[in-house]
Design a protein around this ligand. Structure first.
Ligand code: THU
Length: 130
């Protein structure tokens, strides 16, 4: 994984608004044409209404015009190897193929790299809805 992608995820984590869980998370997406979009988790007092770092990053990516996602990095302060929640796996799969690389990181760097297909086997695909 490129250093820039990891740094973007870690810098995003520093901007997390997580006063309730105190569990800051950062995520960064790399498009195959080299653009990086990052995000942090954002919590609110009505707990279930907050959202994940991956979701914030996807919002930036969609607003910038999208494109093919080649790699994803996720980092958490308090977990040795964070894995995206179920909802975020599905959100990522909306915009990234099963072969997209998913780098699971701690604060120092990549702990493990898997593919999105490995993280979301037999995921629901929206093709039939189009
Ligand atoms: N969280 C993320 O931002 N990404 C994940 O992949 C897992 C969980 C956030 C949601 C919530 O703000 C906090 O971590 C604790 O669940």
């Amino acid at each position: 994984m490129s250093d820039a992608l990891f740094r973007a995820a870690r810098e995003a984590m520093a901007k997390a608004h997580a006063p309730y869980s105190r569990f800051p998370v950062g995520a960064a997406l790399l498009t195959d044409d080299g653009r990086i979009f990052a995000g942090a988790n954002i919590e609110i007092a009505s707990f279930p209404e907050g959202w994940c770092a991956e979701t914030t990053a996807l919002g930036h990516y969609v607003m910038a015009g999208g494109g093919r996602i080649a790699e994803i990095a996720v980092v958490a302060k308090r977990m040795a190897r964070i894995t995206p929640c179920g909802g975020c796996r599905q959100r990522l799969a909306e915009f990234a193929g099963p072969d997209a690389k998913l780098h699971l990181c701690d604060e120092t760097g990549v702990v493990e790299t898997v593919t999105l297909g490995e993280m979301l086997p037999m995921g629901f695909a929206g093709e039939v809805l189009k």
